[in-house]
Each structure stands twice: as C-alpha cells, then as structure tokens.
Design a binder for this molecule. Structure first.
Ligand code: GTP
Ligand code: ZN
Length: 194
C-alpha cells in the first residue's frame, strides 16, 4: 500500500484539478469528469509518495556477503514526473556499487526501492541520478557507486519540441568509480552490454 507524503492535501488537489478542468473550458460536472479530481488526487498520492521517504526507508536489509567486488543491477524500470511540466519521464536505471572492506551488501530489490524513493517526486533526471548515488553512499557506505539512467521525457514527445525517441542519459559516479578509470570502464561495459 502506498503511503501519501506527509504534507499531502487531498482536498486541495481535488479543488485544483477541478479548477484546471474549468480553465481548459471543460465541464467538471459532466459524467466522465465528475470523479476525475478524486482520481488525480489518488494517483498523485502514489506518484509523489517518495517525498516523505529517505534512502534508509528503502535500504532496510543489509548482509555481510564477504564479497567486496562490484555488484551491478541493470535495467531497473524508472518512472518519474518532470518538475517543469508534471509530465512523465521513464526508462531504466543501472546501479552498481563496490561493497566496503566488511563486504556489506544490500538486498537487490532494495536498489529498485531506492530508485522509487527519488523517482516518486517532481524531478529532474540529473538530480534524481545524483540523489540515488548519494543515498546509496550514505546508507550502505560502499567504496563507490555508479548510477546511469536512460529516460524518455514525455514533455519532449507529446508537446513542445515533439521528438519521440530522444533518450537522455545521465550518470553519477562516487568513490572508486570516480577515482578509478578501470572500475568505471568495467561498469560501463557491463551496463552497455545488451
Ligand atoms: N535538464 C533537464 N531538463 C529537463 C528535464 N525535464 C524536462 N526538462 C527541460 O526543461 C526545460 C524547460 O524549459 P522552459 O523553456 O522553461 O519551458 P518550455 O517553454 O515548456 O520548454 P519546451 O519544452 O522547449 O517547450 C525544457 O527544455 C525541458 O526539455 C530534466 O530532467 N532535466
Ligand atoms: Zn518537462
């Protein structure tokens, strides 16, 4: 079950959506639109649920794996909302890290949960990429992190410049992925391998 963010004001969203419908020249009381403000509020409770969450809420399970070499999870689905147009952007995230000398690792699914902590907010792709990297560094204390996100922005597809298919690729490297070219190159070759 999704927990809405702490300052979530359902009634306010419903009023605002009703105003938008009037603003575009629609009749908010016609049958098809009557429940739309409530539906949008429910959808936003889910889409923006990351606002109340911290990285430690996602990275709840750690193990001593006695493994201090790279762990990489590829092609994690990511869906977020651009903060400029409140339209979706979506694609995949690739997250790699090098466990610290104690071999501390996290559950693989927790990396995907970490993506959602930052994706379920009004976002910029660059900021989301850095936040995921910093959140993982902070909680897991690994020797390094690499995050690469490939996404398509609906605000570039369905309106404005209208360029479907354009992909934005962002990366954030921390620790040994930043300082060691060979480590970064190994991760990138695994990420780019199809
Ligand atoms: N850097 C970055 N830009 C983004 C992201 N999402 C959307 N944008 C861009 O934000 C910019 C906002 O530009 P503005 O000129 O203020 O808004 P606009 O008139 O709607 O721009 P157009 O989309 O070019 O029509 C656009 O160029 C979008 O493509 C993102 O995650 N990162
Ligand atoms: Zn946008």
């Amino acid at each position: 079950m999704t927990v809405p963010p702490p300052n979530f004001d359902r009634a306010r969203i419903e009023r605002a959506v009703r105003e938008i419908l009037i603003g575009i020249g629609e009749d908010p009381d016609r049958e098809g639109l009557r429940d739309t403000p409530a539906r949008v509020a429910r959808a936003y409770a889910e889409q923006f649920s990351g606002l109340g969450q911290r990285p430690e809420d996602a990275l709840t399970t750690m193990f001593d794996a006695d493994h201090d070499e790279m762990v990489l999870v590829k092609d994690i689905e990511v869906m977020s909302m651009c903060e400029h147009h409140l339209l979706p952007f979506y694609g995949v995230a690739h997250i790699g890290y090098t466990p610290n000398e104690k071999g501390k690792v996290t559950g693989l699914s927790k990396l995907a949960r970490l993506v959602d902590v930052y994706a379920r907010r009004p976002q910029l792709q660059e900021r989301m990429t850095s936040q995921i990297a910093d959140g993982l560094m902070q909680v897991l204390e690994p020797r390094g992190v690499i995050v690469v996100i490939e996404a398509e922005h609906m605000c570039m597809t369905m309106r404005g410049v209208r360029k479907p298919g354009a992909k934005t690729i962002t990366s954030a490297v921390r620790g040994d992925f930043r300082t060691c070219e060979a480590t970064r190159a190994e991760a990138m070759s695994l990420i780019l391998r199809r």
